[in-house]
Design a protein around this ligand. Structure first.
Ligand code: FUB
Length: 371
C-alpha cells in the first residue's frame, strides 16, 4: 500500500516551552497515570507561528473534537489520547483510549476548562477496548454521550450514556445501540427537532466488514471494494425520541461527484473514509468528512439529512499527523471548525484539539483552510 495509515503526514520536530498556551483550568484533575504523565509543554514562539491555531489544552492529549453550544456555553467532547505502548498497525490498535474528558469554554479564545473523567471504559458493561471519537446531544433536560467502542468480540459498536450535566459523569446503557456499527458517531438535530446519527469509518473503523449487512470477521483487505467499484458510504439513521436507540435500520449515504456519479473506492482524495459531521446552513445540509489516507477534510451538500450529498470541495488541507477529524458549530453568529493535529507530541496517536473560524463565500461555499 502506498500510504501507511499510521505514518504521520508530517513530522514536526518542535522545540517546546510552556508560556504560550491558552489558560486551562482543570476542575477535576485527571486521575489516571496517563493523564498525569501528559505534557505541560507548548511549542516555542517561532515553531508555534507555523500553525494557524494553538492547542486548546496541554495537560492531556485530546482529539476528534465534537463541539456544541448548550445554554450559551461551548462544550467539546473529544477523544482522550493516551500512550499505551501498543505498536502501530492498520487496525489502529495504538489508539487505545480508556476514558473521556469534556472541555468547556465561555467563548472561543477564552479559558478552557477540563472537567476531568466523565466516562471510563471500566464502567461500560459491554466494553472490550478502544473508546474512539464521541459526540453528544441535549434533549428534554438530559445530555447524551454517544461513543464508539469495541465490544468483547472486538466489533466496533456505538454506545450511549446519559447525564443531567453536559460535563457528566455519564452513565452508560447496559448494551450498545442495537443496529449501530463502526465508529465516529455524529449526532445532528434538525430544526424540526428530529435527531439523526451518522456513523462509519473504513479500515480500522471496520465499515468494510459490514458490506453484506452482517459483520464479516474475515481478512479486512478482501472486504474493501476494488478501486473501480463504488466507494463505501457512511451510514445514518434517525434516533428514537428517547435518544437511546436507532428508530430505523441504518442506511448508506450517497456522496456524489459534481458529475452526479458516486465516487469510486480508488478515488481517495474524494471518497469517504471516516469522521463524518452534519450541519445545516441557510436550509442546506452540509455533510463533511475525512478522506483518511489523503488527509483532507472535505464537504458535500444536499437537501435532506438523508442525502444524497454532492461534493463541493476541501474544507481543510492536511494537518500534522495522520488522522483528520473535525466538527463545525455556530457560536454567537460565527461559524467555527474544531479539529486536531499533533503539534504537542509529533506522534499520530497523541493529538491536541484546536479551533479556528470557518469562513464562507456569499453563496455558502466554505473557504478552504491551511492549518
Ligand atoms: O481517534 C481514533 C480515530 O482516529 C477516530 O475515531 C477517527 O476519526 C480518527 O480520528
Amino acid at each position: 500500500m502506498l500510504f501507511s495509515r499510521f505514518a504521520p503526514a508530517l513530522l514536526p520536530g518542535l522545540a517546546v516551552a510552556t508560556l504560550l498556551l491558552p489558560a486551562c483550568q482543570n476542575q477535576n484533575p485527571p486521575e489516571t497515570a496517563e493523564s498525569a504523565a501528559a505534557p505541560v509543554t507548548a511549542p516555542a514562539d517561532s515553531a508555534a507561528r507555523r500553525y494557524l491555531a494553538q492547542p486548546l489544552i496541554s495537560n492531556i492529549y485530546t482529539a476528534d473534537p465534537s463541539a456544541h453550544v448548550f445554554n450559551g456555553k461551548i462544550y467539546i467532547y473529544p477523544s482522550h489520547d493516551i500512550e499505551t505502548g501498543m505498536p502501530e498497525n492498520d487496525n489502529g490498535d495504538h489508539f487505545a483510549m480508556r476514558d473521556y474528558h469534556i472541555l468547556s469554554m465561555d467563548s472561543v479564545g477564552g479559558p478552557v476548562t477540563d472537567h476531568g473523567a466523565a466516562l471510563d471504559v471500566q464502567d461500560i458493561p459491554w466494553a472490550g477496548r478502544q473508546l474512539w471519537a464521541p459526540d453528544a446531544a441535549y434533549k428534554n433536560g438530559a445530555y447524551y454521550l454517544y461513543f464508539p467502542l469495541k465490544d468483547k468480540q472486538d466489533v466496533f459498536r456505538i454506545g450511549v450514556a446519559t447525564s443531567s450535566s453536559p460535563t457528566g459523569p455519564f452513565k452508560a446503557q447496559p448494551q450498545p445501540m442495537a443496529g449501530s456499527l463502526s465508529i465516529d458517531p455524529a449526532v445532528f438535530t434538525d430544526t424540526d427537532g428530529t435527531t439523526y446519527m451518522y456513523m462509519g469509518g473504513i479500515w480500522g473503523g471496520q465499515l468494510q466488514r459490514w458490506r453484506s449487512g452482517k459483520y464479516d470477521a474475515s481478512n479486512p483487505k478482501l472486504q474493501e471494494p476494488g478501486a473501480q467499484e463504488v466507494a463505501l458510504g457512511p451510514k445514518m439513521a434517525r434516533l428514537s425520541p428517547d435518544m437511546l436507540s436507532l428508530a430505523e435500520p441504518v442506511k448508506e449515504i450517497q456522496i456524489l461527484g459534481q458529475d452526479g456519479q458516486p465516487f469510486r473506492a480508488g478515488d481517495n482524495t474524494h471518497r469517504f473514509f471516516e469522521g463524518g459531521w452534519l450541519h445545516k446552513y441557510q436550509g442546506k445540509y452540509y455533510f463533511s468528512y475525512s478522506t483518511g489516507d489523503t488527509h483532507l477534510l472535505v464537504y458535500a451538500t444536499g437537501d435532506s439529512p438523508y442525502g444524497p450529498f454532492t461534493y463541493q470541495g476541501v474544507i481543510m488541507e492536511p494537518v500534522e499527523g495522520w488522522t483528520t477529524h473535525h466538527s463545525i458549530v455556530e457560536v454567537k453568529g460565527k461559524w467555527y471548525i474544531f479539529y486536531h493535529d499533533t503539534q504537542l507530541s509529533g506522534k499520530t496517536w497523541l493529538r491536541n484539539v484546536k479551533v479556528t473560524e470557518l469562513r464562507r463565500r456569499p453563496d455558502g461555499r466554505i473557504e478552504p483552510i491551511k492549518p
